[in-house]
Design a protein around this ligand. Structure first.
Ligand code: GAL
Length: 382
């Protein structure tokens, strides 16, 4: 994976400032965050803020997207835009129809967190034909030229953080093992899931090949490209729970699982429910379980020793960055990106802005998630 990223400001950084944050102070900002430059908007491109921005989110059934949509919607409204925030209940046809409505309503920019990254080409090409710009939000949209920018967290890094955490906690470089591992991957239609798995498996596969990690279920991809064989459709908690039940019932009558690689928190929650119903006890024989997103139920499980870590992606900062990109597009300014090599969508390498994810554990919940205002202490029973 060529990981060369370089800061590419595609123009001298004009002093473009918006009524938008470079960073949010509150999860649900009551106050419009201050801008780095003090708020005066000088526009290098001469355009004006305003007009309709379409925000297409995949579903409300996965916690993080509710936070993403709400924050971005509020930021854009505060910056003087009209918005159409739509959730598609994880139904691809519904998302396509919502995008078509945004196009027909005269949207200037579409911000799209796709359900199926391969399914939006026709709808977005119709948008492009009308001069509408498209920002892929968090999930890359593939197979079409009609994606102008991509904004996300470094997805490969998310997986690397998970893999490295397992390696360090189990001391795989020094301990003899073998340790039992059950790996999971995300939804097969989500481009991110490939990167999450690859980042983790690039760390862990050598230990599987050496025999220090063993996979009793046999569900151990031989290469990163086999990740879909252990994918959980739609990132559904219930599907992860039943898959873990099946693996435990079929392969663990005479042994215990030591570590579960879960790519995100919605899967980890199902895996943890399975572990509990199969008699595992936190602090006794509970395995190391990974996750991502710092979903509330999983943070509470971390505090109860039912999950070892989550990779936190402060979705407020993603919203801040995308709102800035929208404004730069509408005002005819150059859009800042910091990665012009990694994200090839099959038709083009999409100019991207990557944000940095970070590991949160039980010991850092307060400093990372409460002190930043992402959660209130009372949200977490603290
Ligand atoms: C991914 C996203 C993750 C994960 C998953 C389910 O695309 O990057 O944060 O939670 O979707 O929403």
């Amino acid at each position: 994976m060529s990981r060369t990223t370089k800061l590419v400001a595609l123009t001298a950084a004009a002093s473009l400032t918006l009524g938008l944050a470079a960073c949010a102070s509150e999860r649900d900002p009551g106050t419009s965050p201050t801008t780095a430059g003090g708020g005066a908007t000088t526009t290098a491109g001469g355009g004006e803020a305003g007009g309709l921005i379409g925000i297409a989110m995949p579903t409300r059934s996965l916690e993080r997207w509710n936070n993403d949509g709400k924050h971005l919607d509020e930021l854009l409204k505060k910056a003087g835009y009209e918005t159409s925030l739509q959730y598609a209940d994880n139904k691809v046809d519904q998302q396509i129809s919502q995008i078509e409505t945004m196009v027909n309503s005269g949207a200037k920019v579409l911000v799209v967190a796709s359900i199926d990254g391969e399914a939006l080409g026709n709808a977005l090409e119709a948008a492009a034909a009308k001069g509408i710009k498209v920002i892929a939000y968090d999930r890359l949209i593939n197979g079409t030229e009609a994606v102008d920018y991509y904004a996300t967290f470094d997805n490969y890094k998310v997986g690397t953080l998970q893999g490295e955490f397992v390696k360090e906690q189990l001391k795989l470089d020094s301990e003899a093992g073998p340790f039992t591992l059950e790996p999971f991957a995300g939804s097969p239609d989500d481009n991110n899931a490939k990167f999450f798995f690859s980042g983790a498996w690039d760390v862990l596969l050598p230990f599987v090949e050496s025999g220090k990690l063993v996979v009793p279920s046999g569900k151990s991809p031989k290469t990163n490209d086999d990740w879909k064989s252990i994918g959980i459709q739609g990132w559904e908690t219930a599907k992860a729970q039943s898959e873990m039940d099946n693996r435990l019932n079929a392969n663990y009558q005479d042994k215990k699982v030591d570590v579960v690689l879960s790519p995100n928190d919605s899967l980890a929650l199902g895996i943890e429910q399975s572990l509990e119903s199969n008699g595992y006890k936190p602090g006794a024989d509970w395995p190391l379980v990974t996750g991502q997103d710092a979903d509330k139920a999983n943070v509470i499980n971390m505090l109860a020793d039912k999950q070892a870590m989550t990779v936190w992606k402060d979705t407020r900062t993603l919203g801040d960055q995308v709102a800035l990109m929208v404004d730069q597009i509408v005002k005819g300014q150059t859009v800042e990106v910091n990665d012009t090599e990694t994200y090839d969508n099959g038709k083009k390498v999409v100019p991207s802005f990557l944000l940095a994810p970070q590991v949160v554990t039980k010991d850092t919940v307060k400093s990372a998630l409460v002190e930043s205002g992402f959660y209130k202490a009372s949200d977490l029973g603290l």
